[in-house]
Design a protein around this ligand. Structure first.
Ligand code: ADP
Length: 456
């Protein structure tokens, strides 16, 4: 068993604070890093120690300063680094450097980052494990796309192999758009992800996005913590998540969860990960694995009672999932209780194309009460929201014994917030939760883009 006494979180905002909290509860000392632009950011003050990183770098690059972060870790006797999500969380070079320096990387092994960081390799691994994948293939030249289309027809979606976060994807409806979309997809992939490698998939009409949370330890034990429905998306980015799914037939839920476990066992996966699927009518297809903690892990915690971040840290130390320390029961005894909904409150203006707003928060009065969980970064009066980082302000997660209760609680919480000085998407989120389609579980990934009344 390895001992972790001090953890550095190579991240910022709400997820850094979420991880500090988990560490503190485990009696582990916490270290924050912050860019010069984040000098006044809350995460800096929520850690036991905090150090400036990437002083001479641009705001985002500061958090990508691998050597700078390693140096801080070494100098301050850090045993382990948690990368959070985004930034360096799936960076193979970073994980490698941690390993070389004898620092525990709280995440999977290098091989898993290699497989799952590349969506084409991930698809191959899924096929090998017998999972259904969306028809697709790696494309080098436009001729490859023509060949694919002659077999599968339009519409298609061209994706960056190394893409993520809903970026680097282009839907092509018909032949006339193909040439330009192909070129654009390649150049966008190159500039955003450093590689112009792309692949093509059949574009499924209005699927649901369902994903399965996995935990796996170093002793070969793998469990799933059921699914989340993340179909409420805008431009392929998740806005509202629900656990468990309201509309998934029970047999498909079983099949999905089993398939996710099978893939992770097949690749000897370790730590927390998410297997993502698209569900179309009565079939499901694998799309990708996220080998890290996800933004929406909160709602799985609400319905299972399992602390995923603490589990990650303990798994990295070598504990078995079923040890007293982690305390997860065998799979057959892992049950869900009620429903969780998470809304991502951002500083975006829904009435102005969701343009991120910046400036000082003059008033910040939070919601509260039974069945709500708040994960905020700079959510406080006087906070200055800078244009440099993502616009997530606070994650509001509600729990109810029934989906209706969780939804009613969400609306009540959203209404209770008072945030002035900066625009937010709260009114839009209220419209989503109150919409009959959402309330009836009758929504898919096209819901937001095809429901103009949400924007009023
Ligand atoms: P990212 O890694 O950028 O999040 P994903 O591959 O997970 O990208 O896809 C994000 C979203 O894009 C999905 O949830 C879905 O809404 C849409 N999408 C991706 N692939 C397809 C597809 N083949 N057909 C229809 N929608 C898709």
């Amino acid at each position: 068993m390895k001992t972790i006494k001090k953890v550095l979180v190579a991240n910022r905002g709400e997820i850094a604070i979420r991880i500090f909290r988990a560490c503190t509860e485990l009696n582990i000392r916490t270290v924050a890093i912050y860019s010069k632009e984040d000098t006044g950011s809350y995460h800096r003050y929520k850690a036991d120690e905090a150090y400036l990183v990437g002083e001479d770098k641009k705001p985002i690059d500061a958090y990508l300063d691998i050597e700078g972060i390693i140096k801080i870790a070494k100098k301050n006797d850090v045993d382990a680094i948690h990368p959070g999500y985004g930034f360096l969380s799936e960076n193979i070079e970073f994980a490698k450097r941690c390993e070389e320096e004898g620092i525990i990387f709280i995440g999977p092994k290098l091989t898993h980052l290699e497989i799952f960081g590349d969506k084409v390799k991930a698809r191959e691994a899924a096929e090998k494990a017998g999972l259904p994948v969306v028809p697709g293939k790696r494309i080098k030249a436009i001729e490859d796309v023509y060949e694919f289309v002659s077999e599968n027809g339009y519409p298609i979606i061209i994706k960056a192999a190394l893409g993520g976060g809903g970026r680097g994807m282009r839907i092509v409806q018909e032949e006339a758009e193909l040439k330009e979309s192909f070129q654009r997809a390649k150049s966008e992939a190159k500039s955003a992800f450093g590689s112009d490698e792309v692949y093509v998939e059949k574009f499924l009409p209005n699927p649901k996005h369902i994903e399965v949370q996995i935990l796996a330890d170093q002793h070969g034990n793998t469990v799933h913590l059921y699914e989340r429905d993340c179909s409420v998306q805008r431009r392929h980015q998740k806005l509202v998540e629900v656990a468990p799914s309201v509309s998934l037939p029970e047999t498909m839920r079983e099949d999905l969860c089993q398939a996710a476990v099978r893939l992770m066992e097949n690749t000897n996966y370790i730590n927390a990960g998410t297997v993502e699927f698209l569900v179309a009518i009565d079939s499901f297809y694998f799309i990708e694995v996220n080998p890290r903690i996800q933004v929406e892990h909160t709602i799985t915690e609400l319905i299972t009672g399992i602390d995923i971040v603490q589990s990650q840290i303990l798994i990295a130390q070598g504990y078995s999932l079923f040890s007293k320390k982690i305390g997860i029961p065998p799979q057959s005894k892992i049950k869900t209780n009620g429903y969780g909904i998470q809304c991502r409150v951002t500083t975006e203006d829904p009435l102005n194309h969701f343009l991120p707003d910046t400036g000082k928060i003059n008033v910040y009065r939070s919601s509260g009460g039974f069945g709500v969980r708040l994960d905020a970064g700079n959510g406080f009066q006087g906070a200055v929201i800078s244009p440099h980082y993502d616009s997530l302000l606070v994650k509001v997660s509600t729990w109810g014994m029934t989906f209706e209760q969780a939804a009613a609680k969400m609306i009540r919480n959203l209404k209770e917030f008072r945030i002035r000085g900066i625009k937010t998407n709260i009114a839009f989120l209220e419209n989503v939760i109150a919409h009959p389609k959402f309330q009836n579980g009758d929504y898919d990934t096209s819901f937001v883009d095809t429901t103009p009344e949400l924007f009023q």
